[in-house]
Design a protein around this ligand. Structure first.
Ligand code: MEV
Length: 290
């Protein structure tokens, strides 16, 4: 029996644009998914297509037990965390000796096949290695995270499907490339500006607000997301935006230490769930078997 865990993530900048080779910045967060894998003679067919694909790809049979601190289908990378933790636990249980980089690559393959061939490597890379990362095509650049970078996440409790929202943007791009492509280019410019301003929370906040508006323009907004974003800004956040696939799921805000609880309270006041969290730098890790 082997138990591994992997962290969730927030997309700080560049979601959706990253699917088209533009840069994206994401950060691993403290809440995790724990997965226990046990070698068995008969394969227990998992409900999750991600877990099923992990076993298929690694060509082994076993049982699996999942516990999660991450809400699923909420944009916090729970499917990537499940995938990375499952692959890591299979790797350990069956002595396959894959490296961390190989696990990250395999996890990306799993997401690609579960999301109709459209997924950036961001979620799976960040969940495997932890930290803050700039991802663009095959390039992954680890970024020096700013000091005391804590964020407030607001979960709309409206579940969404990542592959459906990716499909929505793909459709807009097909029907109206003259509109969609400049929006994706602007998101890319914002992401690059953010990378050079990670220590300047006010500037980051402005950039987040712009990125949020552009995600709305791409058609992946949701009325509850907009409500939480506005509530967080009114409560004193430097900036707030959708994180992840959108059309529901989560938003995040950055704010000073002194306004953090007020921002979380404003989010909860909208009947949503607030999580105050910070960066995880460990990535996938082995847990003690219970
Ligand atoms: C999902 O967390 C972020 C998207 O950009 C998809 C991806 O990067 O694979 C929408």
């Amino acid at each position: 029996m082997a138990t591994w865990s992997a962290p969730g993530k927030v997309f700080l900048f560049g979601e959706h644009a990253v699917v088209y080779g533009k840069p994206g910045i994401a950060m691993a967060i403290k809440p995790r998914v724990m997965v226990t894998v046990r070698e068995t003679r008969y394969h227990q067919k998992p409900n999750s297509p991600y877990i099923a694909e992990c076993f298929r790809l690694m060509d082994v049979k076993g049982s699996v037990y999942v516990r999660s601190q991450l809400p699923s289908s909420s944009g916090l990378g729970s499917s990537a965390a499940v995938t990375v933790a499952t692959l890591s636990a299979i790797n350990d249980e069956f002595g396959l000796e894959k490296t961390r980089a190989e696990i990250a690559n395999l996890a990306h393959q799993v997401e690609m096949s579960a999301q109709n061939g459209r997924a950036s490597a961001t979620d799976t890379y960040v969940s495997t290695f932890g930290g803050m990362v700039l991802v663009r095509d095959n390039e992954k650049r680890r970024l020096l995270p700013p000091q005391n970078f804590s964020i407030v996440i607001g979960n709309t409790l409206v579940s969404h499907s990542t592959s459906e929202t990716i499909g929505k943007v793909a459709e807009l791009r097909k029907q109206s490339p003259d509109i969609a492509n400049p929006i994706l280019d602007s998101i890319a410019a914002i992401t690059m500006r953010a990378m050079y301003n990670l220590d300047n929370q006010k500037e980051l906040g402005n950039l987040m607000n712009m990125n949020h508006a552009l995600l709305d323009a791409l058609g992946v907004g949701h009325p509850v997301l907009s409500k939480l974003v506005l509530a967080a800004r009114s409560a004193g956040a430097h900036g707030a935006k959708t994180t992840g696939a959108g059309s529901g799921g989560c938003m995040y805000a950055i704010c000073s230490k002194s306004s953090r609880n007020r921002v979380a309270g404003a989010i909860e006041g909208c009947d949503a769930r607030a999580i105050i969290t910070t960066i995880d730098i460990e990535g996938a890790r082995k847990e003690k078997d219970e």
